[in-house]
Structure formats: C-alpha cells, structure tokens
Design a binder for this molecule. Sequence first.
Ligand SMILES: Cc1cc2nc3c(=O)[nH]c(=O)nc-3n(C[C@H](O)[C@H](O)[C@H](O)COP(=O)(O)OP(=O)(O)OC[C@H]3O[C@@H](n4cnc5c(N)ncnc54)[C@H](O)[C@@H]3O)c2cc1C
Ligand SMILES: *[C@@H]1O[C@H](CO)[C@@H](O)[C@H](O)[C@H]1NC(C)=O
Ligand SMILES: *[C@@H]1O[C@H](CO)[C@@H](O)[C@H](O)[C@H]1NC(C)=O
Ligand SMILES: *[C@@H]1O[C@H](CO)[C@@H](O)[C@H](O)[C@H]1NC(C)=O
Ligand SMILES: *[C@@H]1O[C@H](CO)[C@@H](O)[C@H](O)[C@H]1NC(C)=O
Ligand SMILES: *[C@@H]1O[C@H](CO)[C@@H](O)[C@H](O)[C@H]1NC(C)=O
Length: 568
Amino acid sequence: MRPFFPASVILVLTLFHSSQALGKKRQTCRNVPGSAEYPNAQAWSTLNKTISGRLVTAVPSAKYCASIGGCTDAQWGSALFRNTIPGAMNQVNFEQGYDLKPASLCLRDSTTCAQGDVSLYSVEAQTAGDIQAAVKFASAYNLRLAVKASGHDYLGRSTAPNSLLIRTSHFQNIAFTDAFYVGTQNLGSAVTVGSGVHLQDLYAQAKNQGKVVVGGSAATVVAAGGYLQGGGHSALAPLFGLAADNVLEFHIVVASGALLQVNKNSYPDLFYALRGGGAGSWGVIVNATVRTFPTFSGTFSQIELGATTNAAAGALLAVHAQHIFDLDAVRGGQYFYLEKPGNVSVLVINTFTANTTLDEGTALLTPLLNDSLAVPGVFLVEKLIVTLSVNDALHMADDVAGVNIVMGSRFVPEAAYKNPNAPEIVAKIYEDLLDGGAQQILGNLVAGGQVSANAGISSAVHPAWRTAKNHFIVVNPWDDSASAAEIAATRTKFQDSQAAIIERLSGPNAGSYSNEGDIFEPNFQTTFYGPNYAKLSAIKTRYDPKDLFIVAAGVGSERWDATGTCTR
Ligand SMILES: Cc1cc2nc3c(=O)[nH]c(=O)nc-3n(C[C@H](O)[C@H](O)[C@H](O)COP(=O)(O)OP(=O)(O)OC[C@H]3O[C@@H](n4cnc5c(N)ncnc54)[C@H](O)[C@@H]3O)c2cc1C
Ligand SMILES: *[C@@H]1O[C@H](CO)[C@@H](O)[C@H](O)[C@H]1NC(C)=O
Ligand SMILES: *[C@@H]1O[C@H](CO)[C@@H](O)[C@H](O)[C@H]1NC(C)=O
Ligand SMILES: *[C@@H]1O[C@H](CO)[C@@H](O)[C@H](O)[C@H]1NC(C)=O
Ligand SMILES: *[C@@H]1O[C@H](CO)[C@@H](O)[C@H](O)[C@H]1NC(C)=O
Ligand SMILES: *[C@@H]1O[C@H](CO)[C@@H](O)[C@H](O)[C@H]1NC(C)=O
C-alpha cells in the first residue's frame, strides 16, 4: 500500500519515542481538531481515497434524525434502525458528553446539538484493507480511535469524543463448514462470521444448516464484535460452555496495521486475550470462527409474576433462590428480571431447556411456580410455554434502543446459594434495592454445567464465571427530562449503594462481567479481569505498545484519562 501520511509525522513520532526511552515521563495527548499535528483536509481526503470513499462524517443520532425531518418513535427505539447511523449508540446516553467541560449534549428534543462523545469521522469499512488503512492513519496521526460493530455497548466503549471510528457493520459474511482446520488439525463443524453479523442473522442461517451456535439473547448484538471478547454468555452456555470457550480462530487487524490469523497455534497469546480479555483493547476483528452444534428444539417459557409490595417481591425472589438449582439436571438456561414500573413489581422469568417436551418443560418449572404463588401478595400475570427450535428461542425481531441506561453487576458464586441463609439474604437484597429506587434487577442463570467444566481452558475468561451460579445486574435508567444532578446520581448509583447490597450475597471480590458492568468500578482490573490482568497487560504491550485501542475499564486504560484523550 502507498503511504498516505507525510514523512514529518513519522519523524515526530520517532522523536516522541526516544524521549520516552530517556525516561522522561510527561503527559501526552492524542491529536484533536485544533492540535498542530491534527490531519488537515488534504490528509483526510487522501485517507478517503485509499479506502474507496468510505469515510463519512459522524453525527449524534438526534442530529441525524433532525436532518431527515425527524425519526419516528419506532425508529428511535430500534437497534436495527440505529445501526444505519454511524454515530449512533443504542444506549443514547453514551452519545452525550456529560463529563466534557463544558458538557456537550445532543438530546432527542434539543434545539441545539453538540457532538458530545460521538466520533467525528467513521470509516465504513468493507475490506480488511480499509481497516488496515484506517488503523495506520490513526496511529500515524496519533488520533483517538474507536471501533464499533453494533453500538450496543453498555459501557459506551464503541464511541469516544474527537475520535476516528472504524465501523465493522458491513462485514456480513457467514460461512459454514463441517471441517474447520487449524494447521493440519480438523476441529470439526464451525462457522466463520464477519464482525458485522447480528446474532439473529447467524441464528437464522444456522437453522437453515441444521446447526446452532452459542449466542446471546439478543437480535442485533454482534458475535464477532464485543460479545466474544467479553466472554459471551448464553442460555446454551450450561450445555456447551461460554461463547468464548467455543472460538476457534479470529482474523484481526492489530495496531501495527498487520492482519493476523489468530488461533491456538498462531499468536496464541493474542488468542488468549481475545477470549474474555475485554472488548475493544486488542485490534479490529474482521471475522471470528466458532464451533457449531447440531440444532435441537426445546421448551421456552415466559412466566410473569406480580408482587404488590417490595417485601412481597423480596419474598418472591427468596422462593426463586430456593429453586435456583432446579434446572441444573437438564443444564437449562434462564434470564429473570424484576421490574418496577409503578407501585407493583413484576418478575419475568424466561427459561430455555433443550430437548424437553412441553410437559417436561412445564414440570421443571412447576415447583417454582407453585411455591411463588403461595407467597402473600404474589399473583400470576402471564404464563407462556411453547416448544421452539433453539434458533428461534433466543431472540426477538429487534432490540430495544434509544434509551438512557447504565448498569453494574456481580457474579454470585454457586456456593452463596448453597448457604442455608441464602433465601433470607436474597429477600432483603431485593427489598433494599427496590426501596433504594432500583427499577430493573436482572439475574442470568447462564453458568454452571459446561461453563464450570471448561475451567481448564487457557483463556482470559474471568475465572469467577467457572464457579458462578448467577450473573446479577442492576440497570439504572433515566429520562432526558432528568436534571444534571439526577443524572449524575443515577450514573454513580451502582457504586454509591447497590454494589454493597449485592455483595451481601456475592461476597466481596466477586467480580463482574466486563460486557455488562459499570465503567466506574474503582478496581476494574481485578473486578473485570480477576487474576488475568497482569498477563493481559503484557499481551497488550506486545500488540498495542502505543495504546491505540483504549476503552473505558479496558486493559491499559489506567494510563489514560476518562475519555482516552490524554495520559494521566
Ligand atoms: C439487547 C442486548 C442483549 C444482550 N445479551 C447478551 C447476552 O445474552 N450475553 C452476553 O454475553 N452479552 C449480552 N449483551 C451484551 C453484549 O455482549 C455487549 O453489549 C457487547 O459489547 C456487544 O458487542 P457489539 O460488538 O455488538 O457492540 P459494540 O457497541 O459495537 O462494541 C462493543 C465493544 O466491542 C468493541 N468492538 C466492536 N466491534 C469490534 C470489532 N470488529 N473488533 C474489535 N472490537 C470491536 C467495541 O470497541 C466496544 O468496546 C447484550 C446486549 C444487549 C444490548
Ligand atoms: C469520501 O469520499 C466519498 C466519495 O468520493 C464522498 O462521498 C465522501 O463525502 C467523502 N468523505 C468525506 C468525509 O469527505
Ligand atoms: C475472514 O477474514 C480473512 C481476512 O480478511 C479472510 O481472508 C477470510 O476469507 C475471511 N473469512 C470469511 C469466511 O469471510
Ligand atoms: C401508587 O401508590 C400511591 C400511594 O399508595 C398511590 O397514591 C398511587 O395512586 C399508586 N399508583 C398506582 C399507579 O397505582
Ligand atoms: C438432543 O437430542 C438429540 C437426539 O437424541 C441428541 O443427539 C442431541 O445431542 C441432544 N441435544 C442436546 C443439547 O441435549
Ligand atoms: C402445583 O399446584 C397445582 C394446583 O394447586 C397442583 O395441582 C400441583 O400438584 C402442584 N404441583 C406441585 C409439583 O407442587
């Protein structure tokens, strides 16, 4: 490829490195508009030509909507629609520069719009060469770089103020094989997915092939984006292990601009990091190859129970805790969440059990349901039980987006639920969280079984996954009408009060899932990466010595300020 940046930039970078080598430690910053070394219009234009005109300016979603005469509520709230807007995040709060000085916002109804935390330009990559060119450009000009597949990230890691974005949404290849080779070894049935493929498309294509992959309960999350790098939980994980446990290979562009084929034989250290070491810290994934399994049907159920008071809700969740091992014999998966939209709480319990008949699936849930309905103040809202192909059971037609949401989470070890006092502790936790104003409390029974059995796999998956029973999440939403003080309080609510409440059950140092956690975790290194952090740091230095790929609470982020613009 022709060089497209001036030699003087290379010289500046070289000098910068030699001053570091002399041990002079000083704050350095990325180039932003206005910096002397920021690329001029000519440089951007040259980049654009190199990538066949695939450079676009990015704007906040509200500004985009205004430019097309307004978006409908359905569009605003659709993840599929938002995926057509380069600058958009699904949780729209991550587009806002709440922490910039001054704050820089673009709300849906605002009359003025600022760029906030939205990238300035997006490379709408279609080839690995586009990604390589963009990475080399960002590196040469010392730019803040962001990488996005779906914009679903709950920590806002796929956007950054003043950044150049590389978007991989256009990588839509899906290729199945019955014999995937790493070197001369046949690793069996697998699928290679581009880093723009939504889970729902992967499920649909797998169904046509009579196959299934370990994937999340989502329509538009991208497997080969952040999902696998975080570890990837699934209702099928108790049967087959975490999604990261089933990865066979990645193709990735690293900070040098090199395109690497990464598997257990080739760059095994990077292969280790890409499976659980945190999204966005290693390079730009072009595609990933994961194991497939023969498809099957099973029972999918959705049970909704109402609770008239916070105490009744607590008592209901205590009953749930008593039955938390009911699915273990069949390695079922369950997502349960308590919501409190008004005065009444509603517990929604979504369960999938493989290869069960309707009767068997119903029988597995009857003890929980019966005991729940015996709790004073608890009533049945709805009960749906159907037999479905597994490929249809794990997603809807779209995902909800366009909201303001942050979250925090803890792994709850199996041992915590074996404690005879667990139901009592659980009851009080839920009651206290609700009393404290929590609006949505999620539990994911997606561990145990093969997740535990896979403890010996050498990967960066947080070891807490291997002993966990529940991945416990509190979601904290707000409306645009909230005051700056209310928003600030909501964003720090998990650290200020909720984490300590959950730790009564999980214990301290329980750890948290980096894809569904809180950017304000004070000890993010151990909370998200457990004992793996030092090894991950060393791998980071090897593949990204200049910290091109920095995300909130990601490996190496301790060296940077909150926006990843200047070193600390
Ligand atoms: C509706 C919904 C349901 C979910 N369900 C589950 C679930 O069942 N199980 C589960 O484990 N998680 C689940 N998640 C969480 C999900 O794993 C994370 O939100 C994840 O970060 C999404 O990855 P993405 O690439 O789609 O998102 P993005 O926001 O595009 O990216 C997320 C992170 O990955 C990085 N990234 C994106 N693309 C690339 C790429 N090509 N190369 C390198 N880095 C990249 C970004 O820089 C960012 O750090 C769910 C999320 C949502 C919104
Ligand atoms: C990049 O080039 C294309 C095609 O020439 C053009 O439409 C687009 O506006 C250019 N991008 C920028 C940011 O100028
Ligand atoms: C995955 O990416 C690599 C590198 O660009 C490419 O050679 C390979 O063909 C891709 N595989 C599929 C199935 O798209
Ligand atoms: C909620 O409870 C309050 C106080 O008991 C009552 O005034 C209000 O009408 C209730 N709201 C709903 C939606 O039931
Ligand atoms: C489902 O049943 C089929 C037929 O008995 C079997 O081959 C398959 O392994 C089972 N799958 C699971 C996930 O239990
Ligand atoms: C559940 O309750 C129903 C109706 O009260 C009863 O017929 C059934 O025997 C109960 N089942 C179990 C497993 O307790």
